[in-house]
Design a protein around this ligand. Structure first.
Ligand code: SF4
Length: 178
C-alpha cells in the first residue's frame, strides 16, 4: 500500500486465535458483537500484552466504522464483482454475520481451506482506487483481499451457477446459508 506515514492509522488484530479485537473488518464469530468492538488504544494495549500482533492500516480519511460497515466509495457501491455479481448496498451482510476475519486465521480455525481469501472469491470487487482494499458484492464495508468470510465462493463455481441460471431459467441468484 502507498499510504503516507503521517496519514497512516494503524490498529491491531490479535493473531492466531481467529478472535479479532478492533475494527479492522475482521470480526470474530463468537457471538459477542458488543464485546469485540473496542478502541484502537485499548486494542494496542491488549495486543502488546499478548506480544503477538500484526497491523492493518486504514485507508486515508476512512474511519474505523466506515471501514467495517461502509459506506464504501461510490465506485464500489453498485459495482460488479469479479464473477459479475452486482453489489446491492441495501442487501449486504455484516462482517460479523459472515465470520469475516483474516484468511490465515480462518484456515487455522478450520473454517476456510488453504488458499481461500477475498481476493479469489467470486464476490470480491477488486481495488479501484489504489488503497489496497476492495469491496464485496455481499458483505458491507472495505474488504482486504487477504481476508475471508463464510460466503466465500470460487469464481469458477459462481460462473457455473450463472450459466446454469441462464440455461435453466433459475435466475442465477445464489442463496447463502450462514
Ligand atoms: S470471502 Fe467473498 S463473500 Fe466473503 S467478504 Fe470476502 S469477497 Fe465477500
Amino acid at each position: 500500500m502507498s499510504l503516507s506515514d503521517e496519514t497512516r492509522r494503524r490498529f491491531l488484530h490479535l493473531a492466531g486465535s481467529g478472535t479479532v479485537v478492533g475494527l479492522a473488518g475482521c470480526l470474530g464469530g463468537d457471538g459477542e458483537q458488543a464485546e469485540t468492538t473496542t478502541t484502537a488504544t485499548e486494542t494496542t494495549t491488549e495486543a502488546e500484552e499478548e506480544g503477538d500482533e500484526h497491523e492493518e492500516e486504514l485507508p486515508e480519511g476512512v474511519s474505523e466504522e466506515e471501514f467495517v460497515s461502509g459506506p464504501v466509495p461510490e465506485e464500489y457501491r453498485t459495482a460488479l464483482s469479479q464473477a459479475n455479481e452486482r453489489r446491492n448496498p441495501d442487501e449486504l451482510f455484516t462482517k460479523e454475520a459472515t465470520q469475516f476475519q483474516e484468511a490465515t486465521d480462518a484456515v487455522e480455525a478450520g473454517l476456510a481451506q488453504e488458499g481461500q481469501n477475498c481476493g479469489n472469491c467470486a464476490e470480491y470487487i477488486p481495488d479501484k482506487n489504489g488503497d489496497g482494499f476492495g469491496a464485496c458484492a455481499r458483505v458491507e464495508g472495505y474488504i482486504d483481499p487477504e481476508d475471508w468470510c463464510s460466503l466465500w465462493e470460487s469464481i469458477e463455481e459462481a460462473e457455473a451457477e450463472q450459466e446454469e441460471g441462464e440455461d435453466g431459467g433459475g435466475g442465477g441468484e445464489a442463496e447463502y446459508v450462514l
